[in-house]
Design a protein around this ligand. Structure first.
Ligand SMILES: [Fe+2]
Length: 453
């Protein structure tokens, strides 16, 4: 076993997210059994080890080959398919019209395959326990808050869901929705390929991920991505099966009660739909002073969807979920500076209001936006939710300083005055100093209330 000491050097997650993983970002190659230790804390932060006889990765690979991957989509960048399918259990997702916790689609459609992957969940756990015993115990304790019926492996299980990735060079991202400070476990079954290294830029390492290995790390904290996968033979495949624990599963009642809960929620939703006949789509708008994190939060929300940019009648992006269904429209553009509606023309307000009046509410589903451009009374009266991202001035000042903004004091004062004048219009407040995952959960709840009922 190789021991690698690596120093944690954080990267700007917002800037890196979505960029292609490159081997230069992880100069230290780890191609055999290895543990990566944080040079400052001594904590083992990555384990890259071969699995022994307990897990048959040839069998896992055969099962992965047989999975019916939904929403298969050709990736323009490298010509490879981006295919993935989840198994195990999923939390309440009112956004997707799933009011109750339930099994994933694979559990219903291909139960034998789901069973094969689920059976390996508890077999990953001993590797976790061996290489990070303290974290393992903490994770196991957190998992006790989830009803055993919603854990793979039942009362002994600590993972709630898994995903099978079919030969995909994922761009940089962090995983979301997991318990904090815990590991996910990834099994690798591959053949006829080179590349497909897992790059972890914040520790300057890249992991070869050969066939038969398990990789364990905190994918929620550490930025990670996969380098291009190149074929070397007739059946190029790089399957990874990732096991993780979704903290939202804590809200799931025991299965029978959960079914009753979901049924009641569905009935309530249907009643509301009969009562309301919206003539324009609901609008959710984020406001807050410069540096409050509006565009970061909006990016975290929209990054989970496929986005298609349109330019008329003004720049906006149509967001689709994995099934290709529109979940909403984001106003403006996404870019590093002056993102969102700030990318739109100064006088775009009337255009947006006219568009809202004309557009088919059922087709647009939901209008989302953030930015100073439309932070005015005329527009905000059109909004179903005016969400204020709240941070202390000192925090916003520091964030702006960090990103090198040189806005002058009187400009800022004007922004703050404007916001306080609009205080009466605020329907929801999100704590901008909370972890991004919590902010996102709050925004998801607002989305569900305004747009998914
Ligand atoms: Fe990931």
């Amino acid at each position: 076993m190789r021991h690698v000491e690596a120093t944690f050097a954080p990267v700007d997650h917002q800037a890196w997210r979505g960029e292609r993983a490159h081997r230069d970002h992880g100069p230290v190659l780890i191609d055999g059994p290895a543990l990566v230790r944080d040079a400052d804390t001594g904590d083992v932060v990555l384990a890259h080890v071969p699995v022994v006889d307990s897990i048959d990765l040839d069998l896992i690979g055969t099962a992965a080959e047989a999975v019916d991957y939904p929403g298969a989509r050709m990736k323009r960048a490298n010509g490879m398919f981006n295919r993935a399918a989840t198994f195990g259990y999923r939390p309440r997702l009112p956004v997707y019209m799933q009011p109750g916790c339930s099994g994933n689609v694979m559990n219903v459609e291909q139960p034998e395959l789901a069973g094969t992957f689920e059976a390996a969940a508890t077999l990953v756990q001993p590797y976790y326990r061996e290489h990070s015993p303290d974290r393992y115990e903490r994770h196991l304790e957190l998992a006790q808050a989830i009803d055993p019926a919603w854990r793979m492996g039942g009362a002994d299980g600590m993972f709630t869901q898994g995903i099978v990735n079919h030969t995909t060079a994922h761009p940089y991202h962090t995983d979301g929705g997991n318990f904090p400070d815990v590991w996910s476990g990834m099994l690798v079954a591959r053949r006829d390929t080179v590349g497909g290294e897992l790059v972890v830029p914040e520790y300057g390492v890249r992991l070869a991920c050969p066939h038969g290995f398990v990789v364990l790390f905190d994918g929620q904290r550490l930025m990670h991505g996969v380098t291009p996968i190149l074929p070397t033979g007739p059946l190029p495949r790089r399957f990874t099966v990732v096991y993780y624990a979704l903290s939202a599963m804590r809200q799931c009642l025991p299965p029978d009660d959960e079914v009753a809960y979901a049924q009641a929620a569905r009935t309530a939703t249907e009643r509301r739909m009969h009562e309301l006949t919206p003539d324009r789509p609901p609008v959710v708008y984020l406001i807050g002073e410069p540096g409050s994190g509006k565009s970061t939060l909006m990016a975290a929300f929209t990054d989970r969807y496929e986005a298609e940019a349109r330019t008329a009648p003004f720049a906006h992006r149509v967001l689709r979920n994995a099934d290709g269904l529109v979940i909403g429209v984001e106003l403006g553009k996404r870019r590093d500076n002056f993102s969102g509606t700030d990318a739109l023309a100064m006088n775009v307000g009337p255009k947006v209001r006219a568009w809202l009046a004309e557009v088919d509410a059922a087709e647009v589903v939901c209008v989302l936006g953030e930015g100073d451009r439309l932070t005015n009374g005329r527009f905000l009266t059109e909004c179903d939710a005016v969400v204020r991202l709240d941070v202390p001035e000192a925090v916003a000042d520091e964030r702006r300083r960090q990103r090198g903004s040189d806005q002058n004091a009187s400009w800022l004062k004007g922004r703050r005055t404007k916001l306080s004048n609009l205080a009466d219009m605020v329907t929801d407040t999100i704590d901008g100093t909370a972890p991004l995952a919590d902010q996102l959960a709050a925004l998801d709840a607002i989305y569900a209330r305004c747009c998914a009922s």
